[in-house]
Design a protein around this ligand. Structure first.
Ligand SMILES: *Cc1c(COP(=O)(O)O)cnc(C)c1O
Length: 424
């Protein structure tokens, strides 16, 4: 599978006349089409809802598009709740799947009538004391051990800080019921970035069996089962992407096999995907500004890890297209680097690319989720703008670039702020 940019070199040349590089750009058409496929894949389930994980791409214009496609939001912090509220999400449109939650965030989530998803047994009393137990409540499950699909170990939930053990979660439902809760949900996130059509169906099987056990052991019938995130995308061009229709069908089969015969056929299926909803529909566009040849050949670009941290943080692969050189042979080996004084600030290492000239635009694929959002300001590097390629082909600014004044804004109380000679 060759990865194809959703903007051409000509389009970028037009965009930079108004919005200089680096910038993140999102493809509205791609986002909408994918969201529609997700809803279609689960249309067999009456109450299905995708709660987009806000942390992946916390931009109100993106949230608005997803809202129009019928999605809710998954939040885990006060500011994510505030952003969602500003976008018009209310009550059952909001899933609050937090952990290590401060009291004021529970209070706010309860005020918004969001679904509150408890990460731990001890949070029952914590929530009761700070906000009260709502009528509908969700608990997060952690099965422990290692999670495998076939012979592949996918992740290590036994090592993850999230969720409750099976014994705890059964006790949690009993306790919540005794405290007046009337409706219940379960949530679990046990593997990240799975590129396999079996992840959701396997997780669904585990949670559906557990739902039956909870019904028998705690006398609680779950109203919803939240499969959370973890459906991934292939960052490398050699892998097959997930087939969301096959995934939806796999979950349906488990539903028919386990829930329906046990009188739980009304359960609503929820998802909380971030990466699958947005990653392929966003890119970081940056320009080659330096070439340096020492022991290796380096291309220096005007973006850095502060704009896209995944390669530096996880050693993650992000595919690169040199715009206008799509068909040129990849006959030169480069490290593509940013300007941070950190040697891990490399978008690509030993990557075979077409010969790059100064001024070339470098398109870094699959940056639409956990991309801009993980940005930081190390070395005083500023956040880029975010742009939306709209369905009619026009480009809209959906977040302006950070300025030096924004960067220094938290000094606005004292004697230094007024002495800074702001350039931009
Ligand atoms: C991060 C996160 C998600 C989204 O994960 P993706 O891998 O982007 O799908 C969903 N739910 C919770 C609770 C998360 O922390």
């Amino acid at each position: 599978m060759n990865k194809v940019p959703f903007v051409t070199k000509e389009k970028v040349e037009e965009i930079v006349k108004t919005y200089p590089t680096p910038f993140h750009i999102y493809d509205e058409k791609g986002i909408r089409e994918n969201a529609r496929r997700v809803n279609e894949a689960f249309s067999w389930n009456k109450g299905f809802k995708e709660y987009f994980a806000v942390k992946a791409t916390p931009n109100p214009y993106i949230l608005q598009i997803l809202k129009e496609e019928g999605c809710g939001v998954d939040c885990s912090s006060l500011t994510e709740l505030e952003l969602s509220e500003a976008c018009g999400f209310t009550g059952e449109d909001i899933m609050f799947s937090s952990n290590v939650t401060p009291a004021e965030e529970y209070v706010y989530a309860k005020k918004l009538n969001a679904y509150i998803n408890l990460d731990d047994f001890s949070h029952i009393d914590f929530l009761k004391d700070c906000a009260g137990i709502p009528e509908t409540i969700c608990c997060r499950f952690n099965p422990g051990g290692k999670f495998s699909l076939g012979t592949d170990i996918m992740d290590n939930p036994g090592d993850a800080k999230y969720g409750m053990t099976k014994e705890q979660i059964i006790e949690a439902y009993k306790k919540l019921k005794s405290l007046g809760a009337k409706k219940f949900g379960i949530h679990s996130f046990i593997a990240s970035n799975t590129v396999s059509n079996d992840y959701y169906p396997t997780l669904a099987g585990i949670l559906f069996d557990l739902a039956v056990e909870i019904k028998n052991a705690a006398g609680v019938e779950l109203s919803f089962i939240n499969l959370s995130g973890g459906v991934g995308i292939p960052y490398t061009p050699d892998k097959e992407p997930n087939d969301i229709m096959a995934i939806g069908e796999g979950v349906r089969q488990k539903f028919e096999e386990i829930l329906v015969p046990n009188g739980l056929g009304d359960v609503k299926i929820f998802t909380e995907m971030g990466r699958f909803m947005l990653a392929p529909y966003g890119a970081l566009v940056t320009q080659a500004i330096h070439e340096k040849k020492i022991y290796k050949d380096y291309i220096g670009v005007d973006a850095c890890a502060a704009n896209l941290m995944r390669p530096a943080m996880y050693g993650a692969y992000h595919h690169i297209t040199v715009l206008g050189k799509e068909d040129a042979p990849c006959d030169t080996v480069y490290d593509v680097t940013g300007s941070l004084c950190e040697n891990n600030d490399k978008f690509a290492i030993d990557r075979k690319l077409p010969k790059i000239d100064m001024g070339d635009y470098i398109y870094i694929h699959d940056a639409g989720a956990h991309g801009f959002a993980m940005g930081y300001n190390y070395n005083g590097r500023l956040w880029s703008s975010e742009l939306l390629l709209q369905e009619d082909g026009s480009v809209k600014l959906i977040r302006r670039a950070q300025t030096d004044k924004d960067y220094f804004a938290t000094f606005d109380f004292g004697e230094y702020f007024d002495k800074i000679n702001f350039k931009g």
